[in-house]
Ligand binder design. Structure first.
Ligand code: FAD
Length: 394
């Protein structure tokens, strides 16, 4: 039947308002009640919400977790750039929470990464430097990270949403029984010290803010290039906590026999790291027409990207795709040619410093995120821009 509110028992704790999934409840106060509340607030004496014993214990447990951690991903002693990007974001969160920003470094002969982490803002580094951690393998990394988490109890753990990070983060969250939000595009702290983890949901049609308010640590992965790179200050120091973790090579089932690099020689283009990107969509009409974009990109010292439609049509390889199922890019200038601006494309490029859109349909949604919009035929506009750049260079 209809839910009833027992007015004699209601203490106005507004718990029901917060808990109602349909946001169907609202509490109205009479002018007299408002006066009393204002008086109580002035004395700093507002009635607390009702908290039972279990809830109290849970809150104490959560409060025993402190600090923001960033897992420093490394291959053969070289850190993944995303780890430094996360230190930049992590510093903001740590400051907001009034806690330390810590780097977690696992590997073999990787102590120099602690110093690098300090130069990007960490004040402490947990270091496990043992031959067994030389190559990434899920089991030993999982055991080691869970050991550190159990022992030092961080409230936030951030990792890059790379192949390695996705693998490790999921395994760790499962083992320590906490939540994990993958591919966050925004991170912030709410008034109760909870991490607000924002990411696209339902095919990128909405942005959802996800909280993990009942468990610790709160874990998120973030894709490369989503967070800006922090400034590097050489010579900043911090505290290194050296640990060793008892683990036998013989007990690990996976052996690394050979490492084959995916850096594919001179044809390999990293659009995620490019400063200038000229992207083409279905409006390019044919594979050959991408040569026109290459010419413009060459003039700018940039690279050619693509929408998913262009990739699906076979005009560009998948590694050039920008968007939700492609790469997230943050160039200085992003030029979108014949791209309509579907939400799944926008989430991958809307944080570019400048977006220039060329489209013959003035209603195209790409214009909503464009700094400059050119309504016209790209087959005229693109060569004209290239031409003008060449003239300027002479
Ligand atoms: P269209 O939407 O067909 O737009 C072509 C545009 O070209 C039009 O606006 C047209 O006006 C313009 N045009 C045509 N001729 C000319 C001309 N001569 N001069 C100027 N303008 C011209 N898409 C991505 O890009 N990246 C992703 O990662 C991605 N992931 C997805 C994930 C999911 C789960 C789903 C459902 C979709 C995803 N998509 C992704 C697809 C996305 O929804 C769109 O279908 C796609 O981005 C459209 O590509 P487009 O803009 O090139 O093509």
């Amino acid at each position: 039947g209809e839910p009833e509110i027992e007015l004699s028992k209601c203490i106005g704790c507004v718990k029901c308002v917060k808990a109602c999934p349909g946001k169907a409840l609202e509490i109205f106060y009479t002018p007299e009640e408002l006066e009393i509340l204002a008086a109580l607030a002035a004395q700093g004496n507002l009635p607390d919400e009702e908290v039972d014993e279990g809830e109290k214990q849970r809150r104490e447990l959560l409060a025993s977790y402190r600090g923001v951690w960033v897992f420093i991903e490394q291959t053969e002693g070289e850190a993944a750039r995303v780890s430094w990007e996360l230190l930049g974001k992590g510093a903001e969160l740590a400051e907001n929470l009034g806690v330390e920003l810590c780097a977690v470094v696992l590997g073999h002969q990787v102590e120099h990464l602690c110093a690098e982490a300090f130069s990007y803002g960490a004040t402490k580094a947990y270091l496990l430097d043992q031959p067994v951690f030389r190559y990434y393998r899920t089991d030993p990394y999982l055991d080691a990270l869970c050991y550190l988490i159990d022992r030092y109890k961080p409230e936030v753990v951030l990792m890059g949403a790379t192949g390695l990070g996705r693998d490790l983060a999921g395994a760790v969250a499962t083992r320590v029984k906490t939540g994990l939000t993958a591919d966050c595009t925004g991170l912030d702290i709410d008034d109760k010290r909870n991490l607000m983890q924002t990411r696209p949901a339902f095919g990128g049609n909405i942005m959802a803010t996800i909280m993990c308010d009942k468990f610790r640590p709160q874990m998120s992965t973030v894709r490369p290039h989503v967070m800006p790179m922090p400034e590097k200050t050489e010579g900043r120091s911090g505290e290194i906590i050296r640990k060793s973790f008892a683990i036998n090579e013989a007990d690990i089932f996976t052996k690394v026999l050979e490492v084959i690099s995916d850096k594919k020689g001179k044809d390999h283009v990293d659009i995620a790291g490019a400063e200038f990107i000229v992207s083409g969509g279905r409006g390019m009409m044919a594979k050959e027409n991408f040569a026109m974009l290459k010419e413009l990109a060459d003039e700018l010292g940039g690279v050619v990207g693509a929408s998913r439609s262009a990739v699906d049509a076979g005009w560009m390889p998948q590694e050039r795709q920008v968007g939700q199922t492609g790469k997230t890019v943050r160039p200085k200038i992003y030029i979108a040619c014949g791209i309509s601006g579907a939400i799944q494309h926008l989430v991958g490029m809307q944080d570019s410093d400048m977006v220039i859109a060329i489209n013959r349909d003035r209603e195209a949604p790409i214009f909503e995120v464009a700094s400059y919009g050119i309504v016209g035929d790209l087959f005229q506009v693109v060569p004209a821009i290239t031409e003008r750049l060449r003239e300027l260079k002479q």
